[in-house]
Design a protein around this ligand. Structure first.
Ligand code: MEV
Length: 312
């Protein structure tokens, strides 16, 4: 039996996080600068996991790996493979708990590696269905946008219960992602918004609706190469996210600094309360300058990447 490999990139939410859990649209971008590789080998005995966090038999894996573990069981069942004789090595360059979709990427890389090991083809539905098992552990009530973006090569327009739509930007957009260095907990952030809805339904619903409206306008901005408009939408969405209580002092500090240094817009990305911010630079040169400045300002890690218009 051959060594089998599965890979997956990560994701960024451009706009619409949290509101997407409650039926609003969101835009997410595949983020190929960091990712996961899962390698499966035949090793007799019970199934073993080898990852940064844990090395040992799958049965004794810590609770934090419940998502992956359950995903492995479900995938093996689907593939009619016996639950033994495997070593699954997980190598990830995605910092966990930073809103970059690390949990979904790990699950998808592992599912793909098991299909490769079984020499079976998969459909996108297979991957999404199995990855959803893991995401339930990571997010509680996930919208599904992380898994969809991680299986997509193009920016994703996503609304629950609607077929997925892909966005083709009409211009080049230069983004910077800066890591606050602190881990966020998407599950508790999602739960805290759900609690707010219970306590002040009208007020919170109007904020979620507003994020939905901003997301529609952000799509128009991407499709009409309108950087300034997109920047404004990111800033407006950040205001709403702050009001929802999912931004924190560390994120705000990076966001305000990026704006002060000329970013057209900046906001948190992903679950919030820790994790990363995304900023829209004016152009490629500005993107490099801003990224250096954010590093000096204390961002834990900084990535710059461009969303390019498709060449025909
Ligand atoms: C997490 O990347 C995005 C959230 O909207 C949660 C979800 O959609 O499942 C915060």
């Amino acid at each position: 039996v051959q060594t089998a490999i599965g890979i997956a990139h990560s994701k960024l939410i451009l706009i619409g996080e949290h509101a997407v859990v409650h039926g609003q649209p969101a835009i997410a971008l595949p983020f190929p600068l960091v990712g996961v590789e899962a390698v499966v080998d035949y090793v007799p005995g019970s199934i073993k996991i080898d990852s940064t966090f844990y090395h040992g038999p799958i049965e004794s894996a810590p609770e934090s790996l419940d998502g992956v573990t359950n995903c492995v069981w479900a995938t093996l069942e689907k593939l009619d493979l016996p639950c033994e004789d495997l070593l699954i090595r997980i190598k990830s360059s995605i910092p966990p708990g930073k809103g970059l979709g690390s949990s979904a990427s790990v699950a998808i890389a592992v599912i793909r590696s098991l299909f490769a090991y079984a020499e079976r083809d998969y459909t996108e539905e297979d991957i999404l269905e199995l990855a959803a098992i893991s995401e339930k552990y990571a997010h509680g009530e996930p919208s599904g946008i992380d898994t969809l973006t991680i299986t997509s090569a193009l920016p994703v327009w996503y609304e629950k219960e609607h077929p997925i739509d892909r966005i083709e930007p009409k211009g080049d957009f230069h983004f910077i992602v800066a890591d606050s260095g602190r881990m966020g907990d998407t599950r508790s952030a999602v739960e805290s918004v759900a609690e707010l809805i219970k306590s002040a339904p009208k007020r919170i619903q109007s904020k979620l609706d507003r994020i939905g409206e901003l997301t529609h306008r952000a799509r128009n901005a991407l499709e009409s190469a309108s950087k300034h408009l997109l920047g404004q939408m990111l800033n407006e969405a950040q205001k709403e996210l702050e009001a929802l209580g999912v931004s924190d002092a560390g994120l705000n500090r990076l966001i305000y600094f990026a704006r002060q240094e000329g970013a057209l817009g900046a906001k948190l990305t992903g679950g919030g309360n820790g994790g990363c911010v995304i900023a829209l630079a004016r152009n490629e040169v500005h993107s490099r300058q801003l990224s250096e400045k954010l590093k000096k300002f204390g961002a834990h890690a900084v990535w710059s990447f461009a969303l390019k218009k498709k060449m025909d």
